[in-house]
Design a protein around this ligand. Sequence first.
Ligand SMILES: *[C@@H]1O[C@H](CO)[C@@H](O)[C@H](O)[C@H]1NC(C)=O
Ligand SMILES: *[C@@H]1O[C@H](CO)[C@@H](O)[C@H](O)[C@H]1NC(C)=O
Ligand SMILES: *[C@@H]1O[C@H](CO)[C@@H](O)[C@H](O)[C@H]1NC(C)=O
Ligand SMILES: *[C@@H]1O[C@H](CO)[C@@H](O)[C@H](O)[C@H]1NC(C)=O
Ligand SMILES: *[C@@H]1O[C@H](CO)[C@@H](O)[C@H](O)[C@H]1NC(C)=O
Ligand SMILES: *[C@@H]1O[C@H](CO)[C@@H](O)[C@H](O)[C@H]1NC(C)=O
Ligand SMILES: *[C@@H]1O[C@H](CO)[C@@H](O)[C@H](O)[C@H]1NC(C)=O
Ligand SMILES: *[C@@H]1O[C@H](CO)[C@@H](O)[C@H](O)[C@H]1NC(C)=O
Ligand SMILES: *[C@@H]1O[C@H](CO)[C@@H](O)[C@H](O)[C@H]1NC(C)=O
Ligand SMILES: *[C@@H]1O[C@H](CO)[C@@H](O)[C@H](O)[C@H]1NC(C)=O
Ligand SMILES: *[C@@H]1O[C@H](CO)[C@@H](O)[C@H](O)[C@H]1NC(C)=O
Length: 487
Amino acid sequence: MSPLSRLALLWTLPAVLGLPNSTPLATPTPSPVEQRDVASFVGGVGNDIVSAVSDVGQFFQDLPTGTAVEKALGISASDLAAKPTEVLNLPSYGNWTDDGWNVLVHGNVYKVPNTTQSKLDDLANVFLVGTDIEDLSPAEQNQARNLTASIYVVQQGEVNVTITFVNDVDVDPQNDGGAVNAAGGAQSIQLPDETTSQGDFGAWLLLANTTGPNPKDGYLVPGNITDRVQTLSMYASGTNTGNATAYLVPPKGVTIISDIDDILRITKIWDPKEGLLNSFARPFTPWMNMPDIYSDWSQTNRDFHFHYLTTTPEQATRNYMEFIFAKYPIGSFDTRPLNFSDVSATLSIRKFLLDRIFQTFPERKFILVGDTSNSDVMKAYPQLNKDYPGNVLCILLRNSSSTDSTDHFPYDTSGFEGMPQSQYMFFNVPDDLRGLDVAKGECYNVTVRQNVTFGLQGFSLDSGTGVPRPNVWGLVLGLGVIFGLVF
Ligand SMILES: *[C@@H]1O[C@H](CO)[C@@H](O)[C@H](O)[C@H]1NC(C)=O
Ligand SMILES: *[C@@H]1O[C@H](CO)[C@@H](O)[C@H](O)[C@H]1NC(C)=O
Ligand SMILES: *[C@@H]1O[C@H](CO)[C@@H](O)[C@H](O)[C@H]1NC(C)=O
Ligand SMILES: *[C@@H]1O[C@H](CO)[C@@H](O)[C@H](O)[C@H]1NC(C)=O
Ligand SMILES: *[C@@H]1O[C@H](CO)[C@@H](O)[C@H](O)[C@H]1NC(C)=O
Ligand SMILES: *[C@@H]1O[C@H](CO)[C@@H](O)[C@H](O)[C@H]1NC(C)=O
Ligand SMILES: *[C@@H]1O[C@H](CO)[C@@H](O)[C@H](O)[C@H]1NC(C)=O
Ligand SMILES: *[C@@H]1O[C@H](CO)[C@@H](O)[C@H](O)[C@H]1NC(C)=O
Ligand SMILES: *[C@@H]1O[C@H](CO)[C@@H](O)[C@H](O)[C@H]1NC(C)=O
Ligand SMILES: *[C@@H]1O[C@H](CO)[C@@H](O)[C@H](O)[C@H]1NC(C)=O
Ligand SMILES: *[C@@H]1O[C@H](CO)[C@@H](O)[C@H](O)[C@H]1NC(C)=O
């Protein structure tokens, strides 16, 4: 099947999912008029491929929530009453303030409805696009059903969430991220607000300086007299599904902010079918020997803070966390909260999350890691260097087209114009990063040829008609699909 006809299948998604506010369905193949509209839109905005994607992406609104889920599964609210409440609690960070440690707590409250395997298989097939779940291996089937079930959950609005902090983090020294288990800090706090109508919670909690029953239990260490990250476990009351770790991060030091798809794991977002299979069915697989690089960084810089920032919808977060914590140094997480799930917010969510962490740690230095196929990374990372002068130590971007000939994905390098080469690098393989003393701001490996022209790369218009060539078409549409649905 051509990329376009494969994608055409996806155009029916809003109806299958019973999404609210979905625009009337497009016919599987765009009519000449629609093609011209999109083409002139692409042409009209010139280099701004992101806007083009957001335009095409209008067909793909949020993942289903609340009543849309109930409708898709054919259940009613009363069917859910007996189901336990579950909590997705994201590992988070806290900063040191004049009043003590201030910790972000964020996540979602939901119930997993009863459903049948055949219903789940039907819904999974929608995501698998052109692959039937029956054709997958048993492990892949499980993963596809698990992720589909994670998406078809019913979020619980207007509920209170209480978090209990305990210093019992038990980590594998091989991937402890340099963090140390805190002393003291035990306490329970109810969040100031109930969950939003979409089940999300997000609050900053000021921790009291407590000790345990035994004086030897000690106290949390103030952030200005240590350079190490301290960890505390967080338990959400009433469930065993809401366990996570809080990372108390000193005001000074280095934080690695890393994207995940196509930099820490193989996703191939530029190939929609592969991207969907790699996200929905196949076990998550590290990209080459990237785990060794992070492990080296963590073992030689015990004061680093690792923060994983992906715009994947929070419903898919558990798979990401499980993968990261098995292969990479432990650290805090940000994913896309539900109030950012419409397409226009997709484009602003990364900036929102990045601004939040920069503003939380105004004195820290940041090393930003991502890849060229991610257009919001390409835009947001160099912008941070302008918005927070002196805070960006390095920007390290995998050039995903240099190692994957199927990546014809256009990307925009213009944000890097004027930035000193010593501060950033487009690299090809993880080994290009080996031995760089990133903590000292050594970001550029002179043996890795940089031949960067600043502007839109890899985007070709047919010179006769000015219409994007077919492979570009597939990519533009594909990105819209994946953006709106998966990432
Ligand atoms: C550490 O921070 C606290 C709270 O802001 C302040 O009272 C204290 O003087 C600081 N200590 C040092 C060593 O800077
Ligand atoms: C969910 O399904 C199980 C087994 O299929 C059944 O025993 C249970 O009663 C169902 N629960 C609800 C709330 O429908
Ligand atoms: C999916 O699997 C993860 C861990 O493997 C588990 O924590 C989660 O509850 C599962 N989700 C659903 C909806 O079954
Ligand atoms: C949540 O807690 C607040 C403050 O304790 C209380 O006023 C409110 O009724 C609680 N909401 C629910 C749904 O229990
Ligand atoms: C989403 O909620 C957060 C608070 O949890 C808020 O700061 C943010 O502005 C909201 N974003 C949108 C797009 O509504
Ligand atoms: C907590 O109090 C103890 C005892 O007064 C003190 O040694 C410690 O520095 C304090 N820690 C924080 C985080 O304020
Ligand atoms: C969460 O923590 C509690 C208390 O340690 C434990 O009993 C439970 O198994 C944990 N839940 C998960 C999913 O690991
Ligand atoms: C701590 O983080 C909060 C939330 O981002 C921020 O408003 C505050 O300024 C930070 N405090 C310090 C001392 O950096
Ligand atoms: C990425 O790699 C491709 C293929 O080797 C090359 O043409 C392109 O210039 C590289 N881009 C950057 C920004 O280095
Ligand atoms: C630079 O890149 C080369 C080629 O990948 C690699 O062999 C070398 O270890 C890297 N690091 C340094 C510091 O040169
Ligand atoms: C650098 O890129 C330009 C434009 O893409 C190309 O013409 C030139 O041959 C490249 N130079 C090297 C040394 O590869």
